[in-house]
Design a protein around this ligand. Structure first.
Ligand code: MRU
Length: 349
């Protein structure tokens, strides 16, 4: 994802719905286009959604850059609320919008709106750059947890496409490889929208990492056969006790990993934590259209009128998570106190 131009510029995104068959960039010139890109998963993955929304705020304010405070700040609220309605689960979206709103408000009355917009664009670019740095740091911390020759299972896509660059779970693999550790990654295809098959398998092949694609339902057998020695996934929102929302199917893998005594790791930046929620019970779970299941990729695969339940995320209880890899260090064991101190930044790691 990249911002093109100055404050009157636009956001260019890879349309992830077309990968891996087509590599196509779209341009978002108005805030509705950014909202649609997030909603339709053209841009997806918790950190990437937050970055796109931050740029979306700038786009939404372009028309009122010459107006006075009242109009400008009313629009800032309107655009932020609108973008916040695109997807409910990834907390990075709300984190980024809050940060943009706070940045704008801190300058109210100090600068003309045109200059506040300039500062907001700098803030969005800072969010983007910080995410890049956090992903690299997550990779460095996580690579220590893996050994040369291991098989590792991942779910969904927590790679460069889902972040500013490099990814979270995939950053661990990329960094381990750079350190000379040879890994073999098992990639869950990730029903129903196949982020694993379409995006993770593509990213790993781009980097020349050994990967094998499996259906989600094959994970138990793959573990039983002794093919994987660790699991690493990303996260969309982590509660204060370490309960973690991630792509639907993650919870079942965590339970399987425990049954096979395989360590289960989550990789996520500290802005994916939501300390306002005591446990994962409070995490809003997005429910998506039935057609994603009944008509996946254009072909009907279920009878007309069948009832469908399509939650896009699930919550893995902290007790199944052996460690959470953040940009500041590794939370292990995952306890409310360890989460609190890592997020506050007063840890020793
Ligand atoms: O619905 P998606 O594709 O946005 O879901 C993405 C995930 O669940 C990722 O694993 C998560 O956002 C971590 S991305 C670094």
């Amino acid at each position: 994802m990249r911002w093109c131009g100055a404050t009157d510029g636009f956001l260019a995104l890879i349309d992830q719905t077309l990968l891996p068959v087509e590599f196509c960039e779209i341009e978002c010139h108005d805030v509705a286009a950014v909202w649609e890109a997030i909603k339709m998963l053209r841009v997806r993955g918790a950190p990437a959604i937050g970055i796109a929304a931050a740029y979306g705020v700038c786009i939404g304010l372009q028309d009122v850059a010459q107006d006075g405070d009242e109009v400008f700040f009313a629009k800032l609220d309107e655009v932020s609320d609108y973008l916040a309605g695109s997807r409910p689960t990834a907390v990075n979206l709300f984190w980024a919008l809050d940060r943009m709103r706070a940045c704008g408000q801190s300058l109210r009355g100090e600068l003309p709106s045109e200059q506040i917009l300039e500062r907001l664009l700098q803030e969005a670019q800072a969010i983007h750059a910080e995410d890049r740095a956090m992903c690299h740091a997550i990779g460095r911390h996580g690579a220590d947890l893996l050994r040369d020759g291991q098989g590792v299972l991942t779910h969904c896509n927590a790679g460069g496409l889902a972040t500013a660059e490099y990814g979270t779970a995939l950053s661990v693999f990329f960094t381990a490889q750079d350190l000379g550790k040879q890994l073999h990654i098992y990639v869950d295809e990730t029903r129903p929208l196949l982020q694993g098959a379409r995006l993770t398998a593509w990213e790993l092949s781009q980097r020349g990492i050994d990967a094998t694609l499996i259906c989600d339902s094959m994970a138990a057998q793959v573990m039983r056969e002794g093919r994987v020695q660790a699991v690493i996934t990303g996260a969309d929102r982590i509660a204060a006790n370490g309960d973690t929302a991630n792509k639907i199917g993650t919870y079942s893998i965590a339970v399987l990993a425990r049954a096979h005594q395989i360590p289960f790791f989550v990789a996520a930046p500290t802005n994916t934590f939501d300390l306002s929620l005591e446990s994962g019970d409070g995490i809003p779970i997005e429910e998506r259209r039935p057609e994603e299941i009944t008509h996946g990729f254009g072909r009907q695969t279920a009878p007309d009128q069948v009832a469908v339940y399509n939650p896009a995320f699930d919550v893995t209880p902290a007790e199944y998570i052996d460690a959470i890899i953040t940009e500041r260090g590794v939370i292990k064991p995952v306890t409310p106190a360890a989460v609190a101190s890592m997020v506050a930044g007063d840890h020793s790691g």
